[in-house]
Design a protein around this ligand. Structure first.
Ligand SMILES: NC(=O)c1ccc[n+]([C@@H]2O[C@H](COP(=O)([O-])OP(=O)(O)OC[C@H]3O[C@@H](n4cnc5c(N)ncnc54)[C@H](OP(=O)(O)O)[C@@H]3O)[C@@H](O)[C@H]2O)c1
Length: 241
């Protein structure tokens, strides 16, 4: 789990462990000392490793270490993310840069370190947490939206590149989720919680293949319309949300 302390990722591994599907979980986190190690039951061991999405030079060595520890990664869950202060125009250039590196280039580079190792083994699932925010940018959080849009495109292209090598990529596009990331913000329409996202992910993982998973499902057809809406209307609907 890249971003091993994420509420959504934790809820997901808790469900997978409860279903008896996990032998070993590796939590990749920035500050291992600050992380409460989850009890996933007697059949699932948990290891916590220090890892920073921004340390791109370290991603190859980190992936090699995890593969050596596990004997091969069956499931890579990428849940790193930073929402910042939910604003765009007031962000300093350095903040914009940091958000793009945290949400796009950092995780993409990390996934790129794992994917060939999984492809070489000829099996595996990669789950990448994207967001509806990346589907159509809006005034209040276009930096975050842009960063998720980049990661989303990366993951979908990667899916095409590795599908013939036994690796499936699932791109998850939740709407607003009540998690640590959104604490203090007013929930958007169709808001869910980490458990709902985790349930959707585990249900999808129970079937083979990859693709795009909207949570809740209604966001798929809804954004099918919103994405082609004239700019004037979109700005009115999105407001400052
Ligand atoms: N919550 C939502 O409304 C929502 C909606 C759509 C998509 N998503 C996406 O879902 C994923 C999980 O989010 P969440 O809701 O579970 O929020 P969360 O609990 O805040 O999880 C985000 C995780 O990313 C980690 N992280 C941030 N920067 C990092 C870095 N440089 N290196 C390593 N780890 C880093 C954080 O670790 P620290 O504890 O060290 O900060 C945190 O554990 C994210 O990719 C997010 O963008 C969330």
């Amino acid at each position: 789990m890249l971003g091993g302390d994420s509420d959504i990722a934790r809820a997901t591994v808790e469900q997978l462990a409860r279903d008896g599907q996990l032998d070993l979980v590796v939590l990749a986190v920035r500050a291992p000392d600050r992380v409460a190690v989850p009890d996933l039951g007697e059949h699932t061991a948990v290891e916590v490793l220090e890892w920073d999405a921004l340390d791109v030079d370290g991603h190859e060595a980190f992936a090699a270490k995890v593969v050596a520890m596990t004997g091969g990664v069956d499931l890579l869950l990428c849940a790193v993310g930073s929402l910042g202060h939910h604003a765009g125009v007031s962000m300093e250039p350095a903040e914009v840069d940091r958000m793009l590196r945290t949400n796009t280039s950092g995780p993409a580079a990390a996934v790129a370190a794992f994917a060939p190792r999984m492809a070489e083994r000829g099996t595996g699932r990669i789950v990448v947490l994207s967001s509806v925010a990346g589907v159509r940018p809006r005034r209040s959080n276009y930096v975050y939206g842009a960063s998720k849009s980049g990661l989303d495109a990366f993951a979908r292209g990667l899916a095409d590149a590795v599908t013939d090598r036994g690796v499936d990529v699932l791109v998850v596009r939740p709407g607003f989720v009540r998690s640590s990331m959104t604490r203090g913000l007013d929930p958007a329409p169709f808001a869910t919680d980490p458990l709902t996202v985790a349930t959707a992910i585990t249900a999808r993982l129970a079937r083979p293949g990859g693709g795009v998973l909207w949570v809740p499902k209604v966001l798929g057809p809804l954004f099918g319309v919103l994405v082609v809406l004239p700019t004037r209307w979109w700005r009115r609907i999105a407001g400052n949300r």
